[in-house]
Design a protein around this ligand. Structure first.
Ligand code: ADP
Length: 352
């Protein structure tokens, strides 16, 4: 999809309509490939025992609301019902867990429910359960979709396994989602299982410990981000620290000519040197994984002589724990790769 249509795109005399059609295919294929790569990285990290838990206060109801907003348009476009059942009030549902993993679990299950349901509806939610002294939150994602045959209900949790063994099925996917989801549930101290009837639908359930947070979270006024103005951007001297050529070309495309000056280096060591030689740099876009010296080390070193410069880490989405590490190393913020122009501009608006 990506290579074939990129080649077609390079042909002369294409109509505007053809071009946007090809670009659409490339973007969709790119997104699919990115999803698969992220899944592969996740499963490799899980198997290598390198997937870390990042535990913090988590607002369960807020996550559920966010997922509702996210999936509602898909439900509408398929003309199926979509409901959310929150089992506790907002205050009681603030728990201590790994919020990224909980979010990933629910997203995976809802994605599947949407994918395999063509009539009826999808419902999700949670309730408090468990024995005294061992309370849990039991979540569910229920659909009226194609269902899963009894003899496939265990296998689907294995890696690279899909329930339908016929090759001619119209559903895309690599069969990794549920393996990752189950591993995450277990990492969080819970379990995941399914009840399903072919032709009627499925209900996936999982538990996580109901661990209420100790202190009430102070509601910080939310940092509403608005994109950076052209005038402000024009004043900034920016250092792009990026070893990957394509990523660097992308940064150049969206910043060159719009900011005061754009400098480029390819590793952490060069970044330190350039920051020392240019104390007027306003912003460093710091890649994390680089040869010679990585972004964490470089940031820690830069902070020893410059506490003012804004450093934004560029982290790969799949490596969620990197965000916390970047902040701990001294970065002001982070942005997930692949970088989207609007997101970067919003982030710049927040800091400048
Ligand atoms: P995939 O990316 O192929 O969807 P998953 O690991 O998420 O991989 O799911 C494995 C298989 O389990 C799917 O290929 C599908 O056959 C089956 N499955 C998962 N969720 C559902 C569901 N809600 N309804 C029916 N079948 C499902």
């Amino acid at each position: 999809g990506i290579l074939g249509f990129a080649e077609l795109l390079s042909e002369p005399d294409l109509s505007g309509e053809e071009k946007s059609k090809y670009i659409g295919v490339i973007m969709k294929s790119g997104q699919r490939m990115l999803n698969i790569i992220n899944d592969l990285i996740d499963i490799s990290k899980i198997e290598a025992g390198q997937m870390e838990l990042v535990v913090s206060n988590t607002k369960v109801n807020e996550q559920l609301d966010f997922l509702y907003t996210f999936f509602k348009p898909e439900a509408e476009s398929k003309s199926i019902k979509f409901n959310c059942k929150k089992g506790l009030g907002d205050n009681e549902s603030n728990i201590i867990t790994d919020k990224e993993k909980l979010y990933a679990i629910l997203t995976n299950l809802l994605k599947n429910a949407m994918k395999y349901t063509h009539a009826g509806g999808v419902e999700y939610g949670y309730s408090q359960k468990g024995e005294a002294g061992k309370p849990v939150l039991e979540f569910f994602v229920k659909d009226t979709g194609i269902g899963i045959a009894p003899d496939r209900q265990q296998a689907i949790f294995e890696r690279f396994v899909q329930a339908d063994l016929q090759i001619s099925k119209p559903y895309e996917g690599a069969g990794l989602g549920l393996a990752i989801t189950k591993a995450y549930c277990e990492m969080l101290g819970g379990d995941l299982w399914v009840e399903s009837e072919p032709g009627k639908g499925s209900i996936f359930r999982f538990t996580i410990p109901y661990q209420v947070k100790q202190k009430p979270v102070t509601n910080k006024p939310s940092q509403k981000s608005i994109g950076i103005s052209e005038e402000k951007l024009a004043k900034l001297k920016i250092l792009a620290v990026e070893d990957d050529e394509t990523a660097d070309i992308f940064l150049t495309e969206i910043l060159e000519g719009k900011c005061r000056e754009l400098l480029h280096v390819k590793n952490g060591e060069e970044a330190i040197k350039t920051c020392k030689a240019n104390p007027d740099i306003d912003l460093v876009l710091m890649d994390i994984k680089m040869p010679v010296m990585d972004g964490y080390t470089a940031t820690r070193e830069i902070r020893k002589f410059n506490t003012k410069v804004i450093i934004i880490a560029q982290t790969a989405y799949a490596l969620a724990g990197d965000k916390e590490k970047a902040i701990a190393a001294g970065c002001n913020d982070y942005i997930a790769k692949p970088i989207k122009k609007l997101e970067l501009y919003n982030l710049l608006g927040k800091h400048f």
